[in-house]
Design a protein around this ligand. Structure first.
Ligand code: BG6
Length: 505
């Protein structure tokens, strides 16, 4: 929700040869350019160790852009590719920087990018701190505290964009935050989460605060529970080295799903401005109850996918440790201990090799206070309460389920749905989530980026599920769910114990 336009700048991508750069970052910058949203001065410099000519890198990038960018157009790509160049160097070593700095200086002069630089760390997380230290040692951060300069228009900026995983646990995330703070002001640190670039996640605020009918009932008095799911059909495949150290809780729940939860659960901010929104999100994260060790096993379900006709079981993938208990599926129950949500559980679920790609928020309202229709035929026995679904992927839309009388003389009731498909409604094609986030970095808008304390709070909330207390839930994890299913039986059992079930609508 940027309020200012993007400044001209140079985007420096560390990790130019990586998968993220070619599959997501470059295609998303191209999409923004082809929509006319990228300032004309913008330049992109990729940094990686292997020597490479600019043209060679551009042609490597073209095939991925062709496959991944919406509405790829040859002429537009050729024009965009002129913005891209390559710099060979080991970003963890000091000798990489004099040449890089000289290149950036020349580019600022030539393109009019005014000394503005957005550094993007698209590298292995263990390289974040070493690279930041080298950027500092090379004195490439000369501003970064725009809010306190006397002439904010001409002042240049240097910002850093950091991918997840942001740390491996609470302690490492806090340590990384301390490292970053030595070099960059918090207002120049953009902890990116591509879920916040998704249209429907952004529209949660509009849904809640630009309408009047939802907010009055958006609390524990009317809402029975909330489900936030990110189910995927893809497996782990060639990401074993990363994934076996990570698992679904670290990979998806601590980051993406916690962000969605914060938007669903936060209080009304005083303004729709980055600081105010982030302050409210932080309060939510900090209000999450720390599950006691003896409650961990009963408030989570963990799984690893089994093999199938054309699927290798997670456990049998080359590189997976023999005794690996890393979860490819996780469902956890969280309780937010604040005035609004006391007693309303939030269930977060994510898994690989599930039946469908399905990313959604399900808000289940309580049943009517008095059952005036006792004995009236109903497919579920009794009206179960309204259900609101916000569909994030693969479709983008909303569904509201409510009870209706079945036409006829005899009284009978049946739930019906009101559906909105946002893409059909607005007639636009989904662009890669990173693109709008890049524009926010260039505009200095941190609304859709995570604050230091939010990240640390989100880690604190999931740590019990990663601690020894989760061993009981991990004991018989191996191949405990079939590929193409909805996860282990324990996930359904966890809901059933609470008298609830996962959404299947
Ligand atoms: C990434 C995770 O952050 O998000 C992947 O590392 C996951 O494991 C991906 O597949 C899911 O993103 P999306 O946008 O497809 O839901």
């Amino acid at each position: 929700m940027p309020t200012t336009s993007p400044d001209p700048c140079i985007v420096v991508i560390f990790g130019a040869s990586g998968d993220l750069t070619s599959r997501k970052l470059i295609p998303s910058l191209y999409e923004m350019d082809s929509l006319g949203l990228l300032p004309k001065e913008t330049a992109i410099v990729g940094v990686s160790r292997r020597p490479k000519e600019d043209d060679a890198w551009r042609s490597e990038l073209e095939s991925d852009a062709r496959a991944n960018a919406v509405g790829f157009d040859d002429a537009k790509w050729r024009a965009f590719a002129q913005r891209i160049s390559y710099y060979a160097g080991d970003a963890t070593k000091s000798d990489c920087y004099p040449g890089l700095a000289a290149k950036l200086d020349a580019m600022h002069e030539e393109r009019g990018t005014r000394g503005n630089v957005a550094f993007f760390l698209s590298v292995s997380p263990d390289l974040y701190a070493p690279i930041v230290r080298q950027i500092d040692a090379a004195q490439m951060v000369v501003e970064g505290k725009r809010w306190c300069t006397l002439d904010p228009v001409s002042a240049n900026w240097q910002r850093i964009v950091i991918e997840k995983p942001f740390g491996h646990d609470s302690a490492s995330a806090a340590a990384l935050n301390r490292e970053l703070a030595q070099v960059f002001d918090e207002s120049s640190i953009y902890r990116i989460d591509h879920y916040l670039g998704k249209e429907v996640v952004q529209s949660i605020n509009v849904f809640r605060f630009a309408n009047t009918m939802f907010e009055p009932v958006w609390n524990h008095r009317y809402i029975d529970h909330v489900q936030i799911s990110a189910c995927e059909t893809l497996g782990v495949d060639d990401r074993v080295a990363f994934y076996d150290q990570t698992g679904a809780i670290r990979d998806m729940i601590q980051s993406h799903l916690m962000q969605v939860l914060a938007f669903v659960a936060m209080e009304v901010p005083c303004r729709m401005a980055a600081d105010d929104i982030r302050a409210e999100k932080l309060k939510v994260v900090r209000s999450i109850r720390s599950v006691s060790p003896d409650a961990v096993a009963s408030s989570c379900a963990l799984g690893q996918y089994a093999g199938g006709s054309d699927v290798v079981a997670y456990h049998d993938l080359p590189g997976v440790a023999k005794d690996s208990t890393t979860e490819t599926f996780a469902a956890i129950r969280l309780q937010i201990d604040n005035w609004r949500w006391a007693g309303t559980p939030f269930y977060l679920r994510s898994g690989k090799r599930l039946a469908q790609k399905r990313t959604e928020v399900v808000v289940q309202f309580k049943p009517p206070a008095a059952d005036l229709f006792r004995g009236v035929p109903h497919p579920l026995g009794v009206p179960a309460g309204n259900r609101l679904i916000l569909r994030i992927a693969p479709d983008e839309g909303a569904r509201l389920t409510f009870e209706s009388k079945v036409p006829g003389r005899r009284m009978s009731i049946k739930p019906v749905h009101m559906d909105v498909d946002f893409r059909k409604e607005f007639g636009s094609e989904a662009v890669e989530a990173y693109g709008p986030l890049f524009l926010d970095v260039m505009s200095g808008d941190q609304t859709l980026f995570k604050h230091r304390l939010e990240v640390e709070g989100a880690w604190d909330a999931v740590m019990p599920y990663l601690s020894e207390a989760s061993n009981a839930a991990r004991k018989s994890i191996e191949s405990n769910y079939a590929p193409g299913s909805w996860g282990p039986a324990s996930a359904d059992a966890m809901m059933a114990r609470d008298g609830r079930a996962w959404n299947t609508d």
